[in-house]
Design a protein around this ligand. Structure first.
Ligand code: NDP
Length: 339
């Protein structure tokens, strides 16, 4: 049996970048994507790590995402809304471009938003909220996807799996971060049940006629359901409104109409809203960062865990021991980089 391989963050990011550059990605796209992929592997978030490379390469080959896009800041006059046009490249390069200005504006104004238009997004959202928590800012992030989720009480795909993330900075420690899909389960989970010949739990999906089903094949042909019934449905709808309609970009339905597949990267926009806690709490009793710690301690004090702790534990392990990959994963990277 082949041994696992241990790499530093930079060594892994370099290898991923080499794969993307060999496939024609420009330096801005390849560098930003490589950092996001390496961060996911570092954090043990395998579903958004190397596993996503094939989708990135296929989306570029199919012309859905432009691997040579150079994101551009849209000039503004110092308002709270900053805009980056991603030029139909992947989101991470656009986010890296806009994040410093978003942080600067949020500190100056108390609140600021970063709108990313015309991007492909195959990643998790915690990397972007952590860009802001690292600057001492709280942050919300959201984007639509393609229509695969029926609204609660509905019968057919309309909403996307619409991820939603939030981060709160914790001085001297890992931030508080959650990052959730608003569907009850990832589409990949349904595929895994199908491959294993297992039925789905009740409440996950509808068949093509809009009837509840536990058959994964029927579910894949039909629709997924939002988490938490009408509550997840409302959140998913809010993300269509704020992360698409508000910012003049594609809804999940528009996206599916445009690209006509759920096997490549969705294209749409993304919205980040950053908050400076010390500005909001100014003149009020108590330091907001200290008060947040009281809340986190109370949560953990009951035996609950904070979201993202699993990732932060994996991150600490990777910092101490390196990022562990299978020999097959590294061999695939090397083969792809060498054409
Ligand atoms: P999960 O249900 O696995 O977890 C979501 C969040 O909940 C994580 O922050 C996780 O922290 C936390 N969590 C899980 N279990 C617990 C627990 N017992 N106590 C406290 N917190 C917990 O993920 P989802 O399936 O909802 O979403 C997965 C990812 O997929 C997200 O990163 C999302 O951004 C991404 N996504 C991206 C899309 C796109 O189009 N770009 C579309 C849909 C989803 P921890 O990591 O520590 O377990």
């Amino acid at each position: 049996m082949m041994e696992d391989v241990t790499l530093s963050f930079d060594a892994l990011a370099d290898r991923v970048r080499a794969v993307l550059e060999a496939a024609g990605f420009c330096a801005a796209q390849a560098g930003a994507l490589a950092r996001v992929v390496a961060a996911a592997e570092r954090d043990g978030a395998k579903s958004h790590g190397l596993y996503r490379l094939d989708g990135m390469l296929a989306s570029a080959r199919a012309g859905v995402v432009d691997p040579r896009a150079e994101p551009a800041l849209v000039p503004d006059d110092g308002t709270a809304v900053i805009r980056v046009n991603a030029g139909f490249g992947f989101a991470p390069a656009a986010l890296e471009l806009g994040a410093p200005l978003l942080a600067e504006r949020a500190r100056a104004l108390g609140i600021a938003a970063l709108v990313v238009n015309d991007c492909g997004h195959l990643s998790a959202l915690w990397p972007e909220v952590e860009l802001m928590t690292a600057q001492g800012l709280a942050c919300l992030a959201m984007c639509p996807s393609y229509s695969t989720v029926a609204p609660a009480g509905g019968t057919a795909p309309l909403l996307g799996t619409n991820p939603f993330a939030f981060g709160w900075p914790r001085p001297g420690g890992d931030p508080y971060v959650f990052d959730i899909a608003t569907s009850v389960a990832a589409r990949g989970e349904i595929e895994l049940h199908r491959l294993a010949g297992k039925n789905l739990p009740e409440g996950w999906a509808l068949d093509p006629e809009g009837r509840p089903t536990t058959d994964p094949s029927q579910a894949l042909a039909g629709a997924m359901l939002p988490f938490g019934g009408h509550k997840g449905s409302a959140l998913g709808t809010m993300i269509e409104l704020l992360g698409a309609v508000l910012i003049g970009d594609l809804t999940s339905r528009d996206c599916l109409d445009r690209i006509r597949t759920t096997t490549l990267s969705p294209i749409h926009g993304e919205l980040l809203i950053a908050f400076a806690p010390e500005v909001f709490a100014k003149g009020r009793p108590g330091d907001p960062f200290a008060r947040a710690e009281v809340l986190f301690e109370a949560i953990v004090g009951q035996g609950a865990r904070l979201p993202s702790q699993r990732r932060f534990t994996a991150r600490a392990r990777s910092a101490a021991e390196g990022i562990r990959l299978s020999a097959a994963e590294v061999a695939k990277l090397d083969a792809l980089a060498n054409g």
